[in-house]
Structure formats: C-alpha cells, structure tokens
Design a protein around this ligand. Structure first.
Ligand SMILES: C[S@@+](CC[C@H](N)C(=O)[O-])C[C@H]1O[C@@H](n2cnc3c(N)ncnc32)[C@H](O)[C@@H]1O
Length: 297
C-alpha cells in the first residue's frame, strides 16, 4: 500500500516536471543551470542553491527575449565571450534585493545608545565618522542609518559624518540614489520620522515619498562588487553588511570579513544579518550579541 502510494506520488512528480518542461519556452537543462551557477559564483560570490532552477530560469528568460536569442546556450556564449554589459544584466537579474527601512531595528538603537556615544570620545580629535552600508540594495538601510545619524548628532554640531552605500546591482544603486519610494515601503517608519525626514509627493506622485536632502547629502551611493578592489579609504568606523554573505560560501565569507577587519578602525563595529554569524569564519571580531561585532585585532 505504502509502495503504491509513493509510486503514485512519484508519477505525479514526474508528470508535473514534464508539464513544466513542456510549458517552458526555452530548454533549461541541469547542465545549463550548473553553468549559470559557476558564472554567477565566479562573478558575484553568490552560491545558487539546488532548487533555484525556476527562479534562475524565470529571471534569465527575460534577457533571452530582450536579446531575441533562440536558447540558453547562445546566451551563455555571450557571457563567456566577456560581454561586460550583458554580465551586468545577468548579475542584476540574479541578485536578491529584499530590504526594508529600520530592518532589525535593534541595530539602529545600538548605534544611538552605544556606538555613537563611544565615537564622540574616540574620534574627538578628528570629529569625523565614516560608515559603510555594504550591500545597501535599494537604499532603505543607508537612509535608516542617515536618520539615526541626523537625530543623534543634532545635539553635536560640527561632526563630519558620512555614509558610503554600495551594492553590486547597478539598478538598485540607481534607485537608492533617487531616494523615491512607494508610500507602502515606509509603512513601518514612525509618523514622526516620516514627517521629519520624508516628503510626500503631490498630484500624480501622491503615492510616492522622497527622502529629504538632509539625508541624501550624508550618503554617497556607488556600484561596487565586494569581491573586487574597494576604492574605499579606511579607517571606517562602522560597517553594515547585513543579509549579503548569506548567499556566499564560507571561503568567500572568510576573505570578505578579513578585508572588513583591515579597513575598520581599531575597535570598529560590524553589523551583520539576523541569520548570519562569524563562527569558523573570522577571529578578528568579538561578538557583542545580536549580530553586532567589534574588531579586536
Ligand atoms: C538581501 S539584500 C540586503 C540589503 C540590506 N543590507 C538589508 O539587510 O536589508 C542583499 C544585497 O547584497 C547585494 N550583493 C550580493 N552579492 C554582492 C557582491 N558580491 N557585492 C556587493 N553586493 C552584493 C545584492 O545585490 C543585494 O542588494
């Protein structure tokens, strides 16, 4: 009975798979998927897990159609031949950009309650603070940092605080730099912060909000692949690299965190994502709890 039941289940799976394959506009074999995985890993560090076939197919078929290509082999040939522009499209199509304002709110509380007060003393001679949002996606993270900076440093005029915000995906960086969001994106932001730091659109833009210039002037947005050279001069006091390395393998994480330690100031802070950790990755940081780390050597 059990064998029959699982036999029926197996048949269903095969039938569904065949149906999926038949309805696919382009042939997408396991071999093609593996080739895409290798290309993506070598250019971005992102490891595409098994099971991501449908996602990859869905995102890349748009490129095949845009280029009027007959199949995936022709597409991969273009990438393998080193077409830089198409590589950007490929990378932009593959990245996952999920983010939100004040995501993991305790990180922003910690900036206000611990990190900024410490820096007031530590950086008193220069009155300079540098913050890096690495993997900033569409900008919600650096704007949340900027609001926190503006609110805290309102009582400490004369401090030179700057945020550099970078991401691999050029489309999200362009959106972040504009600082314009659908009203629904800022639903979780307090009314007070919305009124103080954002402008409501008018007329046909009434469903949009724009970040105020006071926030935008604190942030420099740049496209940057974390695997490549960084045009970033240290020391950086605070790095946010949240929900980025979750897509990388341990070796890539090891290299990246060691480079973060190199660029961070002595006792500089590193904030990572809620499902990420430093275990077996880098011993140059000490955990302060709740995915907050401090450089120790
Ligand atoms: C899930 S989002 C996280 C956004 C934000 N940090 C947060 O926590 O809300 C991950 C971002 O990492 C970026 N990313 C992935 N690989 C990257 C790489 N090699 N260099 C720079 N950014 C990368 C993606 O483009 C994406 O926007």
């Amino acid at each position: 009975m059990e064998a029959k039941a699982s036999g029926v289940k197996m048949e269903n799976i095969v039938a569904t798979k065949m149906k999926q394959d038949k309805t696919r506009e382009f042939e997408f074999t396991e071999e093609i998927f593996k080739k895409v995985c290798l290309l993506v890993k070598s250019h971005t560090g992102i490891v595409l897990a098994d099971g991501k076939q449908d996602m990859v197919y869905g995102r890349l078929t748009r490129r095949l159609r845009a280029l009027d290509l007959p199949d995936f082999d022709s597409y991969l040939k273009i990438i393998e031949q080193g077409d830089e522009e198409e590589l950007i499209h490929l990378v932009n199509a593959i990245t996952t950009n999920l983010t939100s304002f004040f995501r993991e709110e305790h990180h922003f509380e910690y900036l206000k309650s611990n990190v900024f007060p410490e820096l007031l003393e530590k950086n008193a001679p220069t009155r300079k603070i540098r913050i890096w949002s690495a993997g900033c996606s569409t900008g919600e993270e650096p704007y949340s940092i900027a609001i926190t900076v503006r609110e805290f440093f309102a009582d400490y005029p004369g401090w030179d605080v700057k945020i550099i915000a970078t991401d691999l995906d050029s489309n999200v960086v362009a959106k972040a730099a504009k600082g314009v969001y659908d009203k629904a994106r800022v639903d979780g932001v307090s009314l007070e912060d919305k009124q103080r730091w954002m402008k409501r659109g008018k007329g046909d833009k009434s469903e949009l909000v724009k970040m105020k210039a006071e926030l935008q002037e604190l942030i420099t947005f740049k496209q940057l692949n974390l695997l490549h050279e960084w045009p970033i001069k240290g020391p950086i006091d605070i790095i946010f690299c949240r929900n980025v390395v979750i897509y990388f393998d341990k070796d890539t994480q090891r290299t990246l965190f060691a480079r973060y330690a190199d660029v961070l100031s002595t006792e500089g802070h590193l904030f990572i994502g809620h499902s990420e950790n430093m275990f077996n990755v880098c011993d140059r940081f000490e955990s302060l709890g709740r995915t907050i780390y401090q450089r120790i050597n």
